[in-house]
Design a protein around this ligand. Structure first.
Ligand code: UD1
Length: 353
């Protein structure tokens, strides 16, 4: 009897690192990396840094139009599931890899566990939204990272069993923080990241973010996701990058958490970086009109800013968020205590009894 763990993008490799350990303590695990992310910095570097064993199956789906990518994940996972059906399949998050593996499990009658269940946004064109909603309907066990996401699932009458487990990203952070590089003692700087389609497919939005970053009065570190670098080239925006903004290749996990910890402010559209800032006590500005991680905003750690308002609003928001950090520091307890992976393993166990 084995448990299948499916992942394929940068944040999923991070989360798989702790899930693999927790599941392997109890069962034999078949790990499946879809290969949705394949660049060294988005994939192999994380395996190295987080000590993730090589996957049992590497599907090499790579980049493609969304439906083709989804179909490749689904058919290649289906081949594995049909050859040797696992007792349970575990999927993480809301990517095309998540949905493809979840559908392959459903079509093979394999009980499904969804890690990071119950997140919602109302942006109509957010590619991840359909993925997470469908997976939440298919899952037999829904592992919610917070009470808010768990009660939302209950209100929606999700067909599966809802369990509040906490967030595995916190487990990973607590495990690795001590081995992250020490503070470099540099002058105050901002860490910025941008990778979502809302920015990378919209020249005006991307240009507005860059202009805003140039006005905050401190150096900005901007590690670029490959699609963002490609967007800067395609939109001919490289020349519009302000002098204060230093472009970097994508950074590994340890350097990233050290930068989040040491930054004076984080400006991001990444869900993972928003939570890391919340846990590490760094004020954050999210370059979107909304976030799935509402607890970070309610605590005061995070503020929302639609990209088009960046030139006018970002500099003053940076000041406001930094002041707020000192005047009313937040408690970072909305997403569990760093033992989410163990609770998820327990929840998997309930499907095997
Ligand atoms: C995906 C997820 C998103 C997650 C993000 C983390 C979906 C719908 N979206 O978005 O939820 O937050 O991963 O990074 O699944 N590319 C490379 N090298 C790579 C990977 C991608 O160059 O290793 C480029 C390709 O040009 C590709 C583009 O990035 O077309 C987009 O990649 P894709 O995997 O489709 O989506 P992400 O933006 O990474």
């Amino acid at each position: 009897m084995s448990i299948a763990l499916c992942y394929g993008t940068r944040p999923q490799v991070v989360k798989a690192s702790v899930l693999l350990d927790a599941l392997r303590r109890r069962w034999s695990v078949v790990s499946i990396d879809t290969g949705q992310h394949y660049d060294f910095e988005l994939n192999a570097l994380l395996y190295q840094q987080l000590g993730v064993p090589q996957p049992d199956h590497f599907l090499e789906v790579g980049s493609a139009a969304p439906v083709s990518q989804l179909a490749a994940v689904m058919t290649r996972t289906d081949d594995i599931f049909r050859a040797r059906p696992p007792a349970v399949a575990v999927v993480i998050g809301d990517t095309n890899s998540t949905l493809g593996c979840a559908l392959a499990a459903a079509k093979n009658d394999i009980p499904l566990v969804h890690v990071e269940a119950g997140l919602r946004a109302s942006e109509p064109d957010l590619p991840e939204e359909v993925n997470r909603r469908v997976v939440d309907v298919l899952a037999h066990v829904l592992c919610a990272p917070s009470e808010v996401s768990a009660s939302r699932l209950r209100k929606e009458q999700a067909p599966g069993t809802v369990v509040t487990t906490g967030d595995v990203a916190r487990d990973v952070l607590l495990r690795h923080l001590q081995v992250a590089p020490p503070p470099a003692g540099r002058t105050p700087f901002a860490l910025a990241t941008a990778h979502r389609a809302a920015l990378t497919a919209d020249r005006e939005a991307l240009a507005a973010l860059l202009a805003g970053l140039g006005r905050i009065g401190m150096p900005v570190l901007l590690p670029l996701h490959p699609r963002t670098r490609e967007a800067l080239e395609r939109f001919e925006l490289l020349a519009a990058v302000p002098a204060a903004v230093e472009l970097r290749p994508p950074m590994g996990y340890l350097v990233t958490i050290a930068a989040v910890r040491d930054a004076a402010i984080v400006v991001t559209d990444s869900g993972g970086v928003q939570r890391e800032a919340y846990w590490l006590g760094t004020p954050c500005i999210t370059v979107r009109g909304e976030t799935e991680w509402v607890e970070t905003v309610e605590s005061g750690a995070n503020a929302l800013m639609p990209p088009l308002s960046a030139p006018r609003r970002l500099a003053e928001l940076v000041v406001e968020q930094r002041r707020r950090r000192w005047e009313s520091p937040w408690t970072s307890d909305a997403y569990g205590d760093g033992h989410a992976a163990e609770r998820i393993a327990e929840a998997v166990g309930t499907l095997l009894d």
